[in-house]
Ligand binder design. Structure first.
Ligand code: FMN
Ligand code: MN
Length: 460
């Protein structure tokens, strides 16, 4: 299946597939769009292209990721597990034996070689260039999502920075609250790579924000990759085609050439402003907190640029499928650390970091605890507040089954482990922000019903 190379091809593909509805009526990006999208997402409805957002000449695309089918269309795959399988091929690359394996190995190596971003001379994203006083974020139909929000927020950005020490690129999806015509807040949270780049910078850190990308590259900005891994390389690999980049106009940062809109600018150490409140997936308004100010030095655009947006809030919302894509695509990588893991599920209702259900092939006493600690030591999975470990015969995606085995087989005193460690930046439950208990439970090793329990109890 062909993968869309930019947002326009993606919109055309969605339209061909009957997955997009154009809204010709004028709709206000302030609250109204949220109301419509909230209902559409919950009904499993289509992507929406608001052609006339009030106060802007730019159409607004939303709910592009809102169903499993669209997420699969984005990756050009039948199932998200097929995307994971391609990644597993690379991670598990072995010296090939026999001609067929060699040919397959070469194909895999070529797909890695082709994933590196490619620099081009001209990019459609710079058909229109606004600098200095021409920069006005008010031109964009930035949504005010919820009534208590502190203002309009850019919600689907790909924020590009470089590590001041190594030059390595990072792309992260960090919301931007519009503070003025040429400034936003930069909401990179405590554990995020963009923030690490910022803290490593002596003074100024240049950044570029790409808006309106092909869906795989947009997804990659949300992917929890290790800091030294370039999200654009992963995007190139997943698309089977390199991401094209062009030099920024006012910053020394390369930007996706086919982006609809790019905000160029910088943040500066010590230059921060209150950010929030913002209605987030915690179900609450995240309180006002200080975040760096992003100074926009240029807005570059395509002609007739489309502005992309997303609404987050109490789940389920559109980001559920971005999270599910990560869950599936990262399974092979998680297995590199803990090969005994058969499968895992991060429930949407758990906002991805509140609960993980993991099935394992248990071989020795304490094995489930080994796996819990592995997850608590692994990238952003380390922020997981609750972990349930089950035997391999339990289907982790069948919550009724998990509840049945967990309920039936757990002796809480014996099987629940309370630990302490880092928590998600936005978690409002702990007494101290960022740090609190996490718990894991391991139902007593259970066998499928056909095996009657006999003999000695197994230890755990
Ligand atoms: C719709 C959406 C909005 C997000 N907003 C933020 C945000 O405002 N701040 C943040 O730190 N992470 C946010 N995230 C999560 C990050 O994008 C994610 O953790 C990603 O791994 C960050 O990139 P990094 O690992 O390179 O830091 C958001 C994710 C999604 C899907
Ligand atoms: Mn990163």
């Amino acid at each position: 299946m062909a993968v869309a190379r930019d947002l326009r091809e993606w919109i055309a593909l969605l339209e061909r597939e009957g997955e997009l509805v154009r809204v010709a009526a004028e709709v206000d990006p302030k609250l109204e769009i949220t109301e419509i999208v909230d209902r559409t997402v919950k009904a499993g409805g289509p992507a929406l292209l608001f052609e006339r957002p009030r106060g802007s000449t730019h159409p607004l695309l939303i709910n592009q990721f809102g169903t499993e089918r669209r997420m699969c269309l984005a990756f050009g795959a039948e199932r998200l597990d097929d995307v994971a399988a391609r990644l597993a091929e690379v991670l598990e690359l072995q010296p090939p034996e026999g001609l067929a394996a060699k040919v397959r190995g070469l194909r895999t190596l070529k797909s890695i070689a082709d994933s590196r971003p490619r620099t081009v001379r001209h990019g459609a994203c710079q058909e229109v260039v606004l600098t200095g006083d021409e920069v006005d974020l008010g031109r964009l139909p930035v949504q005010t999502c919820w009534p208590g929000d502190g203002g309009p927020f850019v919600t689907l950005p790909a924020v590009i920075t470089h590590d001041p020490r190594t030059g390595g690129r990072n792309v992260g999806m960090y919301r931007l609250q519009v503070l003025g015509p040429r400034t936003t807040a930069m909401h990179w949270q405590l554990h995020k790579d963009g923030r690490a780049d910022y803290l490593l910078a002596d003074g100024r850190l240049e950044a570029a924000v790409a808006l309106g990308l092909d869906p795989v590259t947009t997804y990659s900005a949300s992917a929890p990759l290790p800091k030294h891994v370039d999200e654009l390389m992963v995007a190139g690999f997943l698309r089977g085609e390199p991401v094209e980049l062009v030099k920024g106009v006012t910053v020394d940062v390369e930007v996706p050439a086919r982006a609809e809109i790019v905000l160029e600018g910088y943040v500066e150490r010590g230059d921060e402003a209150p950010e929030g409140p913002f209605g987030d997936h915690t179900g609450f308004y995240t309180p006002v907190e200080s975040f760096p100010v992003f100074h926009v030095t240029a807005i570059t655009m395509r002609r007739d640029a489309v502005y992309p947006s997303i609404v987050v809030g109490k789940p389920p919302q559109e980001d559920a499928w971005l999270g599910k894509a990560t869950e599936r695509i990262f399974l092979p990588a998680v297995r590199m650390t803990a090969p005994e893991i058969v499968d895992y599920d991060l429930p949407v209702a758990g906002a991805f970091h509140n609960l993980a259900i993991v099935s394992i092939r248990k071989r020795f006493p304490g094995h489930a605890r080994k796996v819990m600690h592995a997850l608590w030591g692994l990238g952003l999975l380390s922020l997981t507040k609750g972990i349930v470990v089950v035997d391999e015969h339990v289907d982790v995606h069948d919550y009724a089954q998990v509840l049945f085995y967990a309920g039936a087989n757990v002796d809480p005193k014996r099987d629940v482990l309370l630990s302490e460690g880092p928590l998600d930046h936005l978690d409002h439950a702990p007494t101290l922000q960022f740090f609190a208990a996490r718990s894991a439970s391991t139902p007593r090793p259970s066998r499928p019903p056909r095996a009657p329990a006999t003999g000695r109890r197994r230890s755990r």
